[in-house]
Ligand binder design. Structure first.
Ligand code: FES
Ligand SMILES: [Fe+2]
Length: 339
């Protein structure tokens, strides 16, 4: 299936860009993102128009890129500003594609479609990622599978009991109250887990001793594949009653049709200056996403062997309602874009 082009995709984290250029293939297109030297950001094609060398292999200074193959120099708008050969001719074809880019909430967003439409839609807003009362853990992984399979995984969290002992204890899946909802083109999947044993995840955040919690994890999806998860727990133990929230974003950007950039952020407003807690939480969550979700999603991709999800006739269950709705909304948006 083609990709949705007129949409914002997460291309990286702002802190990554602060450390240097980001070179990434997005929607099958090689892109390099740089500091433009004027307080802004540029996203350019990472393929020299001369003979297609990756510019990210060359010298990148603030605001300029020098091709590593024959030395053409480009500015942050993608124009060739220097040809070191012969009379230094710079034909119009020596122009890099320049993609609209934005930074918001610590995320670098890129627009892969018609640049003139980029101002019509704002990137998704996740202001809890930049709220001063929160601390945020961030992580990145590559998933060797189509991004819609990753969306499916995040809109149906009943798998957590079977894949993620850190996040959900045994016996939880049967107790999940699941409900999906679609409002316009947005899809939510609510997972309510009343009166369950505390989990290793919330034990880390709440400290030891908590026995029973009301857990919840509600996934909110918008096309093409950006999700916010409202995750939290209320302590049920007598005299406690604390409510802890771990709001998250899971931003999925196709690298190709069979591989996905997966950017995750998890925020909390408790105990926010706690490096040891940060390290333990990050390790537990990264392990769940990288070593438990990723191998399973990749294995599913391999079993599907390039076939279409719906044409394979999946045995759909009530907990698939959110992911099926999201697939339909996305397919419709892509079809409309192709007209
Ligand atoms: S390929 Fe870049 S200058 Fe020749
Ligand atoms: Fe998972």
């Amino acid at each position: 299936m083609p990709f949705l082009c007129n949409a914002w995709y997460a291309a990286g984290f702002a802190e990554e860009l602060a450390a240097g250029p980001i070179a990434r293939t997005i929607l099958d297109q090689p892109v390099v993102i740089i500091d433009d030297g004027n307080g802004g950001t540029s996203a350019l094609s990472d393929m020299c128009p001369h003979r297609f060398a990756p510019l990210s292999m060359g010298r990148i200074a603030v605001g300029t890129l020098t091709c590593p193959y024959h030395g053409m120099v480009f500015d942050s708008a993608g124009s060739c500003i220097h040809n070191p050969h012969g009379k230094g001719a710079r034909p119009a074809a020596l122009q890099l594609r320049n993609y609209p880019v934005r930074q918001q909430d610590g995320i670098v967003w890129i627009w892969m479609g018609n640049p003139s439409k980029a101002d019509q839609i704002a990137p998704p807003s996740y202001d809890f990622l930049s709220a001063p009362e929160n601390t945020v853990l961030r992580g990145y992984l590559k998933v060797d599978a189509n991004y819609e399979l990753v969306t499916d995984n995040l809109l149906d969290l009943s798998h957590a009991e079977f894949l993620h002992p850190f996040i959900m204890p045994e016996g939880t899946a049967t107790a999940i109250r699941y409900r999906a909802e679609q409002v316009d083109n947005r899809v939510s999947a609510y997972h309510i887990m009343p009166d369950q044993p505390n989990t290793p995840l919330f034990e880390l955040v709440l400290g030891p001793g908590v026995q029973r919690i009301d857990g919840f994890a509600n996934s909110h999806w918008q096309a093409p594949a950006n999700l916010m998860l409202e995750t939290g727990a209320k302590v049920l133990d007598e005299g406690d009653g604390r409510l802890v929230l771990l709001p998250q974003t899971h931003l999925l950007t196709p690298e190709t049709g069979t591989s996905t950039h997966y950017f995750w952020c998890v925020a909390r407003d408790r105990n926010i200056v706690a490096p040891q807690l940060d390290a333990m939480l990050h390790a537990g969550l990264a392990n769940a996403f990288e070593h438990e979700d990723e191998p399973m999603i990749k294995a599913v991709q391999q079993r599907m062997a390039g076939r279409d999800f719906f044409e394979m006739g999946p045995a759909l269950l009530p907990m698939d309602e959110g992911s099926v709705r999201a697939r339909r909304v996305l397919a419709k948006a892509i079809a409309q874009e192709q007209v």
